[in-house]
Design a protein around this ligand. Sequence first.
Ligand code: ZN
Length: 509
Amino acid sequence: MTAPQGRVRLIAAVSVPLPGGTAAIAAALEVPRGTERGSEFPGRRSTRVWADDATVVKIRDDVEWAARDAERWVEARVERERALGCYPPERSWFVLDADDGDPLRIGVATSRRRPLHLWSDAELEAGWPRFCAAFAALYLDAAEQGWRLDEGLSNLAWDADGVRLRYLDDDLYAWDRGTALQLGLPALARRLGWLAAEHGEALGRALREELRRRPLLLASAELADALRLDGTASPFLAAVAAELVRPDAHPASAAGSGAADGATLVIADVHANLEALTAVLASDDARGASRILVLGDVVGYGPDPQEVVERLASDERVVAVLGNHDAAAVEGAPSTFNADARWSAEWTREHLDAEALSWLGSLPRERDSADGWLAVHGAPIDPARFNAYVYRMTADDNLDALELAGHSLCFHGNTHVAGSWVRRARTMPGEFVAPELPLALERYRAALVCPGGLGQPRDGIPGAAYAVLEPDARRIRFGRVDYDLGPVQERMRRAAFPDKLIARLGLGR
Ligand code: ZN
């Protein structure tokens, strides 16, 4: 098979340029590929495929275009793909301008990804829960816009960083109210013989949660009935069906866990500031809380690490995660710490007894709750969970990561800035909501919430910051209490803390 001749002219990409541009397309066009079933690029006969290690190029062979028609068609097509949001961002449409006598062709190029039908059973099983959440969101987002994606594994691939699942197929079909899914799931069960009840539960739960947000698309019960008819012999399909019609778990789990009966006090970055912690714990909000969620950095920067650890470790309501300064006190400061942070990590370690160090060392890097929230010190997208920051530049990526992990709410610290990054719909960018007003969670599809730096604010507002997740879990309030900074700074001076660390407490920076 020879590549069609002509000059590659890029028309438009979905959202970012194709790496390598026209040169990458020309290089890929040196390597023709088959499109038979079971190959890496199964497809219809009229589409021809070329691919080198970096780039995949597909050219439709069945339509010959006039130049103006081709560009118009591509522009309309890219517009639709941008709105859909399921495609690789670098996916780029181009026109192959004909040499004399050759017809003009339209093609599309993407970076090469490994489609899921080439994954081993072990690989698929290891990533199954994450795949279910990502697939349900991708499939039903498209349905919401009136399109049915082809659910075959050869049409799906993760980005190289493993964060986003992408749709690779060039064809779109009109939404069919779940008919293809009713047929596709039994086909999947036959193909992947290892799929068991637990895998069905994960998929059923993911579909139910996405369908709950879009009740008009397809009734969960209708899909469950269809699967039961087909799936009497498959524990996988039976479990998908059972999960699809399970009543909403939120009210039941909140009532059953006891701890969630009252409000949850949420605090972060106490930083060994005993005065600030005492002031917050004395507030009505803290006294009325049945759970205290502590988002890491219990110690570091402040003069009372031992007392602060004892205070929190002895409170049965406390549920805590590990911060980077807690880890530095336990294991030594990482190379990324500046001189002041390093000094304070060493000082802190010398002022904690073995029991306090062991309590800090036992904290997990993340926690989640039956109520549906996730808690980390830094950011959900960070594999270590406690180093990265949620801020303007990273909010969208972190909202994506949060949703992919199957959560809609994440509490985090590390920024020391009170407020929330929220998303109203999957296709909308994140926006910041200041802490002056309560956050009504039902307005948002996903939210990243920081209660502020309790022991060391960096938003220029003095006082000890905290937040309260109200008992029905639909609203988060933000609070701040005043306390006397004088004794804290005095103790820091006596222990010869660096001047900058003493001064910043007063500045709130
Ligand atoms: Zn901190």
